[in-house]
Design a protein around this ligand. Sequence first.
Ligand SMILES: [Zn+2]
Length: 237
Amino acid sequence: MIIKRNTLAFGLGFFFLSCLVKGLLASGQAPIPAAVWLDAGHGGQDQGVQALGFKEAAFSLDLAKRIAARLASRGIKCDLSRQADVNLSITARVLSANLSHAAAAVSLHANFSFSKASKGVRVFVPTQAGQHLSLSDPKGGPSLSLVRWNQSQALNIESSKRLGQLIAEELEAGQAAKRGVQALPLALFKGMVPPAAVVECGFVSDPEELAGFKDEKQLQDLAEKISWGILRFLRER
Ligand SMILES: [Zn+2]
């Protein structure tokens, strides 16, 4: 079996990271695993889409907190990528998701389009990852599984699809156009290990949907639907 140098380097890196995690576990300092990781999109200097007083960064944080509260009321712990209006790189978000050991990772956004016809939710999941590499111990010991950094979703690609489907089902229940989920190689998915979905909750460029983002009752409803999608996913596991 030919092992490429970068694959071997990654394997060694993964081994040392495993040792670090085991060390933390042994020292009793390991965090309690979160069931769900929620990403409030944007923040700080990056406010995302803005329109008529609406700021995507504030909207996504508010929505993340509402979803976390709903899931907490059902006994499900959530980790948020950020708790305030701060800058957070994509890499920091991915690390945060991976370290949370979450069973599901959901990133929250609002959409914008110059086309007036654009309406409704969009749910994105990772594309098919590359091959999953497995090295068998020639002495018959347990095999060592390696997943390249850009193939981190290899083990969870189907779970991500299901997570996205369930959230889309809940959000699209009352909508005329049902799009389901779309697989896209988004930057956030690169290196992301937990089953993951990005939810674009609607278009701020559509006056009706923008009004919905500012309406308390519709915001609550949005949080409730996304929570139900996540809850159904967790129950299926
Ligand atoms: Zn966004």
